[in-house]
Design a protein around this ligand. Structure first.
Ligand code: TPP
Length: 338
């Protein structure tokens, strides 16, 4: 098959990665201009992981995310305006402004939520997969987590269950080589995939900067998980461009500047995919510039919207914390007054 046969899919992969980058650039600006309360963790540099995987999923499939969660959220279909409102604590945000960057959930699109607890979403993802299996749906759940979560016991408890019960879950470990300020090889012993393989889980490794390679693998594994061949474990080699969080500016004491430069200059997933698209004659340079401009305008318009949006009223301070049992979407249904 000719590469141009898949033009629409390729352009979608490119645009979704560009949207994440534009979102993060604007989130960083909001922090730097002191408009955003608290800190946030940039996903910049890792876009091919979230997009390659989420583009292999249906809207009804589910994901769980991490403290570095904006990329997963955008890739699974979230709306920029609701995301920026959440970052700025506004009432129209995904959690009515009460969760912030690290707690965005978007159940309508199958995003069960970011999670500030490292490894915390592993139990939720496995539970979602168990639920899908018992309900007889063919939904697949992807559990995104960082290499730091490999130090959390919960992950091993749930991988054991998932393997025993053949659950439709994919554990996607984004190895960006650092957990906060420590190199992964200084905190995780041995072969990382061997940890999952010990439970009899089929494991895969893929270049997390290559969106096509990630997407190809994800399509295969999602299809197989749907047929009951799960669970799977995928190790994705990637790199975060920014600090651990937006306030982590001077990183030279734990991460060499030339290492950062090398990843940015030679392994930018968006730039490299763009070059490939051009080289294959699928798009021209102008087309890529136009996509970049479009997503930048979309992000800026959403920021302006969020800046002008209202904060929740003071009398709602103890509301919207717990969902009413039995409702599918706690945010949109009538909620308990806590
Ligand atoms: C249970 C727990 N321990 C420690 C922390 C503090 N903490 C926040 S992020 C982080 C590093 C996580 O590294 P990794 O999982 O590799 O994700 P990355 O930040 O690299 O995306 C740590 C230790 C936490 N949030 N939760």
């Amino acid at each position: 098959m000719n590469a141009t046969d898949n033009t629409a899919e390729y352009l979608r992969l490119y645009e979704q990665m560009a949207r994440i980058r534009a979102f993060e650039d604007n989130a960083n600006q909001l922090y730097l201009s002191a408009k955003m309360p608290g800190l946030t963790h940039m996903y910049t540099g890792q876009e091919a992981v979230a997009v390659g995987i989420c583009e292999a999923l249906e809207q009804s499939d589910q994901i769980t995310s991490t403290h570095r969660g904006h990329g997963h959220c955008v890739a699974k279909g979230a709306d920029f305006k609701e995301m920026f409102c959440e970052l700025l604590g506004k009432a129209e945000g995904y959690c009515r402004g009460k969760g912030g960057s690290m707690h965005i959930a978007d159940q309508a699109n199958g995003n069960l939520g970011a999670n500030a607890i490292v490894g915390g979403s592993a139990g939720i993802a496995t539970g979602a997969a168990l639920s899908a299996k018992r309900l007889g749906s063919d939904a697949v759940t992807v559990c995104f987590f960082g290499d730091g979560a490999l130090g959390q016991g919960l992950l091993y408890e749930v991988m054991n269950m998932a393997a025993l019960w053949k659950l439709p879950v994919i554990y996607a470990c984004e190895n960006n080589h650092y957990g906060e300020y420590t190199r992964t090889d200084e905190m995780a012993a041995g072969d990382l995939c061997a940890r999952a393989a010990a439970f009899g889980i089929e494991t895969h490794q893929v270049d997390g900067q290559d969106v096509l390679a990630v997407n190809r693998l994800a399509r295969d594994l999602v299809g197989r998980a749907r047929k009951g061949e799960g669970p799977f474990f995928v190790l994705l080699d990637t790199y975060r461009w920014h600090g651990h969080h937006v306030g982590d500016i001077n990183r030279a004491y734990y991460r060499p500047k030339d290492e950062e430069a090398l990843w940015k200059e030679t392994r930018d997933p968006i730039l490299n995919f763009g070059k490939w698209l051009e080289g294959e004659g699928i798009v021209g340079a102008d087309d890529l510039v136009a996509i970049g401009e479009r997503v930048r305008r979309e992000a800026e318009a959403a920021v302006a919207y969020a800046e002008a949006a209202a904060y929740p009223p003071a009398h709602e301070v103890d509301m919207h914390v717990y969902a009413t049992p039995g409702t599918a979407d706690g945010r949109r249904e009538e909620l308990h007054h806590a």
